[in-house]
Design a protein around this ligand. Structure first.
Ligand SMILES: [Mg+2]
Length: 389
């Protein structure tokens, strides 16, 4: 048995087991910035956080979660999957066997039959993240140190929360200029995919002009374009020195992105809608991507994120994680994994966490508390919790 101290550290021996005694799902709906945001495909007022607390016989608690559009009925399919499908596989198991448990859940035949993407994978992600949170807490280390240590100087941050398609051109330009000049971010992301390509290009050009030639400028179509329109937009982005063109076309279209990569010089980034190592293997193998953007809350958690980051490293590709977790988990991995070069900033859920991700002088700083950065504040459920039915 272990005895956690007030900092969450636990004293254990290398062979001492910590066993799972309960698996308890939860659901938060947290307001987004300015009450509403939209890109070319999605429109949100809240960010959904379906998650899980894993209790152990040591008293340590692990927190994990995924991210959604805060649609209660959909979110509760995920929390149901956690409590009804995965929890029975976990009770009595040791939290030290994270990868073995990941494999047990990933290959659980009834779940594999109906899953491998979507609900089952989002539920697996939440559970896997909670297990890594526990493993790091048991080791008395923040996860980035447990995973091998890393970039103590922090990791470059770019701001996504200011480039929404729902903003007027004036608001967009002002947000992006302030992100660079006043808030110190190293780049900004601008959403595109309006009915008028001319308007898209006009907005991106205005932002480049406002932030100057050096700051990073990323553009994201959220899968909206077809191949001809993506080629046309991509060619305009070349002269504006766009760092990457994100999700230009439909998420699963490997061949379309391969053709696009042949046709434009602007690099292609994608991955937030890919649910497996195999999906990344297909895009990378086809030469259809330059910046993989794995998301641990969409893949099967930290375990599969790490596999994708290793795959990218094998191809010497820079990884720019997508922050469906609102950075708490990806900050840990971006600091530790050698392929990760930059991380996006979206601040919607900062108030929910005990040690929220922090940006100083344009870089995310390394967290200090043991765990995966996922531990909720005591009042998070009270403020943002949704009753599970
Ligand atoms: Mg995106």
């Amino acid at each position: 048995m272990t005895k956690p101290n007030p900092l969450g550290r636990a004293s254990t021996t290398a062979t001492e087991e910590i066993r799972i005694t309960a698996v308890e799902p939860f659901l938060l709906h947290v307001p987004v910035t300015g009450q509403h945001i939209a890109d070319s495909m999605h429109s949100l007022t809240h960010w959904g956080v379906p998650g899980v607390v894993i209790q152990t016989d040591s008293g340590l608690r692990g927190f994990g979660y995924t991210g959604t559009h805060a649609h209660s009925a959909s979110d509760m399919l995920i929390t149901d999957c956690i409590s009804k499908v995965y929890a029975p596989l976990l009770l009595g198991e040791s939290i030290h066997d994270v990868l073995a448990l990941w494999k047990k859940m990933y290959h659980f035949p009834p779940a594999q039959w109906v899953g491998r993407t979507g609900i089952t994978q989002l539920a697996l992600a939440a559970v896997d993240i909670a297990l890594w949170d526990l493993k790091a807490k048991a080791a008395g280390q923040p996860l980035w140190r447990l995973m091998g240590g890393g970039k103590r100087e922090g990791i470059p941050a770019y701001n996504t929360d200011g480039g929404w398609l729902s903003l007027s051109k004036a608001q967009l330009v002002d947000n992006c200029r302030r992100s660079i000049e006043e808030r110190g971010f190293q780049g900004v992301k601008v959403k595109v995919g309006l009915p008028s390509a001319h308007e898209d290009i006009d907005r991106v050009r205005a932002v480049r002009s406002a932030i100057g030639p050096v700051a990073g400028l990323m553009v994201d179509a959220n899968g909206r374009c077809d191949l001809p329109s993506a080629i046309a937009l991509g060619r305009h982005f070349e002269e504006l020195e766009v760092a990457w063109f994100e999700e230009p076309m439909w998420y699963d279209d490997v061949e379309g992105h391969r053709r696009l990569a042949e046709s434009i010089r602007t690099p292609i980034a994608l991955g937030e809608q890919l649910y497996s190592l195999d999906a990344f293997t297909a895009f990378i193998g086809a030469g259809a991507i330059h910046y993989p953007q794995p998301d641990a809350t969409r893949l099967g958690g930290i375990s599969e994120f790490w596999q994708v980051a290793d795959l990218a490293l094998a191809y010497r590709m820079p990884v720019a994680p997508h922050a469906g977790d609102m950075m708490q988990v990806h900050l840990q991995m971006a600091l530790a994994h050698p392929a990760c070069v930059i991380l996006e900033y979206i601040p919607w859920t900062l108030e929910c966490f005990r040690e929220p991700a922090q940006v100083t002088n344009g870089r995310f700083t390394p967290p200090e508390l043991p765990g995966a950065g996922t531990e909720l504040r005591a009042d998070a459920l009270e403020r943002f919790g949704v009753k599970l039915t």
